[in-house]
Design a protein around this ligand. Structure first.
Ligand SMILES: [Zn+2]
Length: 484
């Protein structure tokens, strides 16, 4: 049977950039085995050490999750398409308090402002009053949070909370449309509040300039009707999910990577939660972040506005929310796909016998504080850019190993360096001379530390990591090397 397996962009680095792989197979399991036989690098991303499919890898046959068919035993027929959906993270429902809607009313200026809503039968005075009574919390005021907050404010959502602790950075402006060049260096929430308030003074903007944690999440969330997840890391995404399940609130989810996006509404009262889809996060480093993998600036605009639309539908109690459905968007193909999501009866937080009854340590859960990773990075010797420059100028024999991606190499590089992208190091290790001193570098020093640890474990004794990477080199040694 000829089967097509669709590879998501996060995993295409391991399939020679192929987005589709044709294989011969009669079951889902055989198809996946055929794919990893062709692309062995992919194996550890799909299977664990025991050879079992990893729990954060979902395989869909058409629009059905194969976990709810016969799993890996599910039969496939000629022409079928399987889709690998890794984490990158019907019917109308009403989420507002009746009393709050009763209290809200519009003045004449608001009636004029919202007139295009008021003449729309599905919104009308009743809907606009619900929007005014609604309280929506946006977690993150970045790429997704910008369009989301702008549209919710324009639409007249009465109370909007924003959680973020960042300052505006020049690299944000390519996609975070709340901010301008003049805002670089200012706290995001200060700027966001000014901009949103200028757009619509009838809306109350509350800001929480803090990192969302297990200690503060329930307290902050408890005052809102809907939580919108605009975060970019797994620890916060699981925290948002679990807090929403525990409080019985809907979680409007969106995530983006390169040219692909996902959106859904996780509302455990009515359907599945994020953990029903992905019980566990991928190990750190397996799925790159937008800072490492890049993202096209328009993509968060599209996904963030979808989140705004879903939020407004939930408030109005109109239409069919994305509950129980995962929307997948591919910008290069300009294609939307939809997958059915089912509530998992064994879900650790919203299932029949939940084991998570309070918020946990999400950084530990996501492996960000794993003892292994800190220990292995600790023993790696570092060299500062200033010291490296001094030694290179003195004519010392040092092999400069650049482990970034080719697109980063095009932006800038250190003189005399050799490029071997980190994913290809295991296969190309024989190109390195273990007798020579090797200094590994990347953009910030994080990826190169992992590779230095890997090389050390493989027997290279004279390996050092360039502290702070290209960024610190640009600061300390050569400001003509651009930062990115
Ligand atoms: Zn669940």
């Amino acid at each position: 049977m000829a089967i097509t397996v669709l590879i998501p962009s996060a995993l295409q680095a391991y399939t020679g950039n192929q987005s589709e792989v044709q294989v011969q197979a009669s079951t889902v399991g055989e198809a996946l085995q055929a794919v990893v036989a062709t692309y062995p690098e992919l194996r550890k991303h799909l299977y664990n050490e025991q050879g079992k499919l990893r729990s954060f890898v979902n395989v869909y046959l058409g629009e059905e999750d194969t976990r709810y068919l016969q799993g890996l035993e599910t039969l496939v027929k000629d022409g079928d398409t399987l889709m690998i959906v890794p984490s990158i993270a019907g019917g109308s429902v009403s989420v507002l308090e009746h009393e709050a809607v009763q209290r809200a009313s519009l003045d004449n200026e608001e009636i004029l402002r919202y007139s295009r809503h008021l003449i729309l039968p599905d919104v009308a005075m009743e809907g606009q009053t619900k929007l005014k009574a609604a309280k929506v919390l946006c977690v993150g005021a970045g790429g997704l949070g910008s369009p989301l907050a702008l549209y919710l404010t324009a639409a007249g959502v009465g109370t909007i909370g924003l959680v973020d602790f960042d300052v505006v950075d020049l690299t944000n402006l390519q996609r975070q449309v709340l901010y301008t060049s003049q805002d670089v260096g200012r706290p995001k929430l200060e700027v966001a509040k000014e901009r949103l308030q200028a757009m619509n003074p009838h809306v109350t903007i509350r800001t929480y300039e803090t990192r969302l944690t297990r200690e503060n999440a329930l307290e902050i969330f408890s005052d809102y009707d809907i939580i919108v997840d605009g975060t970019d890391n797994f620890a916060t995404r699981y925290l948002v999910n679990d807090a929403c399940v525990l409080l019985g609130k809907p979680n409007v989810y969106g995530s983006i990577f390169r040219f692909e996006g996902q959106a859904s509404v996780f509302y455990a009262k009515e359907g599945p939660c994020y953990r029903c889809l992905y019980p566990e996060p991928p190990p750190p480093g397996l799925v790159p972040s937008c800072a490492e993998g890049g993202v096209l600036g328009v993509l968060p605009g599209i996904i963030g506005t979808i989140q705004a639309m879903e939020t407004i539908k939930l408030i109005l109690g109109r239409g069919e929310p994305l509950i129980g459905r995962l929307l997948l968007f591919n910008a290069l193909k300009m294609q939307f796909r939809e997958l059915k999501l089912r509530k998992n009866p064994q879900c650790p937080v919203c299932g029949q016998n939940p084991v998570i009854r309070e918020l946990i340590d999400y950084e530990e859960f996501c492996g960000m504080r794993g003892e292994e990773s800190t220990a292995s990075v600790d023993v790696i010797e570092e060299i500062t850019p200033t010291e490296l420059k001094r030694r290179l100028d003195a004519g010392d024999d040092i092999f400069l190993l650049d482990v970034r991606e080719p697109v980063e190499w095009q932006i800038c590089r250190l003189d005399g360096a050799v490029l071997i992208p980190m994913n290809t190091i295991p296969a190309r290790m024989h190109e390195l001379d273990s007798a020579r001193e090797i200094v590994v570098y990347c953009r910030s020093g994080k990826r190169s530390a992992q590779i230095a640890a890997f090389l050390k474990a493989a027997g290279f004794r004279k390996v050092k990591n360039l502290q702070g990477g290209i960024l610190q080199w640009s600061d300390e040694v050569d400001p003509t090397v651009p930062k990115y």
